[in-house]
Each structure stands twice: as structure tokens, then as C-alpha cells.
Write a protein that binds this ligand. Sequence first.
Ligand code: NAD
Ligand code: TYD
Length: 341
Amino acid sequence: MRKLMVTGGAGFIGSNFVRYMLEKYPDYSIVVYDKLTYAGRLENLQDVAARFAGRYKFVRGDICDMELVDQTVQREGVDTIINFAAETHVDRSLMDPGAFIQTDVYGTFVLLEAAKKFKLERYHQIGTDEVYGQVLKSRSQEQDNLEPRSPYSASKAGGDLMALAYYESWGLPVTVTRGSNNVGPYQYPEKVVPLFATNALDNEPLPVYGDGLQMRDYQYVIDHCEGIDLVLHQGELGEVYNVGTGAEMTNLEMTQIVLETLGKPESLIQHVADRAGHDRRYALDVSKLRALGWESHHSCAEAIIKTVRWYAENEWWWRPIKGGELYQEYYQEQYGKRLAS
Ligand code: NAD
Ligand code: TYD
């Protein structure tokens, strides 16, 4: 495993993973293959391009484009695909489910075909805890039934199961990780923690869906990257590994932490109409990954505080996004009526 193709590497987790891997493994090279949707940004990798010029390459492409995927894998001598590329936001999946099915299911199939055709050493699929559906009690284990409830999680379940099907059917060397909610630098400000941090910095309301008692496991993105790295090097083929802190908090608790970190008042909290089909709680059992020697280094609270501080110190990154027309249109559609009523 020397030549990795990281699909979706210009997004939030992908760009953190690329930086982490190039720093840790001086003999690895990485080709980032990314369509650069609204969520993919070359700014996320600008330091990487400068620091690792000889070992890093960027190719703009769609994972649904079989010809370009095949060509890139062959031309670059790729031996491993790690697939982060996806449409990733639940609220957007309620507006336009088709894009999610296309990228998260069909795109995954295209990458799996390439891995099979060119006999790659490894295919790793980045999955999500959302495929288990909401778990009101106890914690999801890897063998639990998948009961996704949103177009996003249903599409991710499709990709995840397709990867496992390639292992069962053709012995493709596949591994899958299912991560909980990530926070950290370079997360597009549509996801709740960067949205709330940047709104609070501007003294704008924080739109809490419903009663705000939904629970999530917020993990620091580098902890997640370490988990993926461990599974890549020591995970068993055909196996799934959960990655998260193994603890969770309510959205109101998360919101309080954001406000306290920035010294902003609770009056910024605005309860708004709930998300359709909002999953009440996700909770992971992470003992399988811990048994490989992995530990999360940040609690949910530590992860959120560190993230909020990054947004406070890196306005250069998020101001142009939030000021852009695309973002404003999205914000209006998602929050316009909610915040007005
Ligand atoms: P993101 O939305 O920040 O980035 C997604 C990236 O994929 C972008 O760079 C985008 O340009 C690219 N992309 C989208 N469609 C593409 C296509 N058709 N072809 C090529 N590139 C395409 O997402 P993220 O938060 O970094 O998530 C990365 C992966 O991790 C996803 O598979 C997601 O489901 C999974 N995941 C995310 C979280 C989380 O909390 N963010 C948690 C668990 C799992
Ligand atoms: P989000 O970051 O969209 O991730 P998930 O994929 O887990 O839904 O949302 C995290 C939680 O925050 C989830 O319970 C929905 C809630 N939320 C709000 O209350 N308001 C918001 O504006 C957003 C985007 C999310």
C-alpha cells in the first residue's frame, strides 16, 4: 500500500485524512480524485499541495465517470482506493435525493469495479453511523441490522453494502468504517457545529431543530482519521469497524458549549421547525476498534471546543463560503421560513 487514491479528498474529512497520512507515512503518495462540488474546496488542501508537492496530486473528476476513474487508477499506478466522496448532508438529501443515490450508491459501484478490474490491494469505504438508523437505547454494533431513515443514510447504506458484496462475491479486499459525527477544521458550515459557531460569531440566531434533545456522538476528525488508518493497516478484510467516542450529548448541550466557548448569550438559540424524519439518537459501540489498539483522544466536548476555536481563528476560510450566492440560496431555502415563524 503505497499509492493511495483518496476520492472526496477535497472535502472536510478527506482533506484532514490526506494531510494526516502524508505527514505520517513519508513513503506514501496520494492522488486526490474529487469533483469539487459545493463541499469540495482546493483551499482545504492548499498547505498540502505546498508541503508535499512530490507526493500529492489532484485530479478533478466525478466518481460516477467510469472512464476517468479507470484511467486515473491505471495512469497513477494506484494500489488502494479510500472512498470519502459522497453527498453528505441530511437536509440536502431531503431537497434532492437523486444526487445522493447517484454519488453514494452508483459512484461507489464505479470505484469498486475499478478496484476489481485492476486488482487493487485494498478498497476502503468510509461509512456512517447513520446507517443503523436511530437507536433509542443501547449502542449500535457492527453486526446490527441497518435501518436507515433518511435519503442520505439509505444511500450510504447502499454503498456500504455494495462494498461488502464485492468482498463476498469476488473476494475484493474491502474494509468499511462507520464513523459518528465528525467536527474539526474545514467542515462546510451547513453541518451543525460550524454553522452554529459561525452564526454565533456574527450574532446570528442558532436554529435548533425541534426540542434540541436529539443525541449525537461528536468526534474530532483526527481521531476518526487515526481509526481509518488503523483499519487500513490492521483491520480484517470483509469487516466493518465503528469509529466514534462511544459517548454522545444532546444538541442543546452541544449548543451551550459553542456559546460558552465564544462568550455569546443563550438568547441566540432559536428553536425552529424540526427536520423531517429526524433521527433521535445515534450511539456507537466502538469496542471492536478499541480491541485493535485504537483510542479516541478527545471527548465530544473537547472536540467541539477545539473546532469552535478553529472557526474563530480562521475567518479567511469560511467567510467567502457564507458570503457566496450558493450558500445564501441554500440558507434561505433551509432556514428562511423556519427562522421567520
Ligand atoms: P464533505 O461533504 O465535506 O466532502 C465530500 C467531498 O466529496 C467533497 O470534496 C466533494 O467535492 C466530493 N464529491 C461529492 N460528490 C462527488 C463525486 N460524484 N465525485 C467525486 N467527488 C465527489 O463530506 P465529509 O463530511 O468530509 O464526509 C466524507 C465522507 O465521510 C462521506 O462519505 C460521509 O458520508 C462520511 N462521513 C461523514 C461524517 C461527518 O460527520 N461529516 C461522519 C461519518 C461519515
Ligand atoms: P448535522 O450536522 O446535520 O449532522 P447529522 O448528519 O447527524 O444530522 O446535524 C447534527 C444534529 O444537529 C442533528 O440532530 C440535527 C441538528 N441540527 C439542528 O438542530 N439545526 C441545524 O441547523 C442543523 C444543521 C442540525
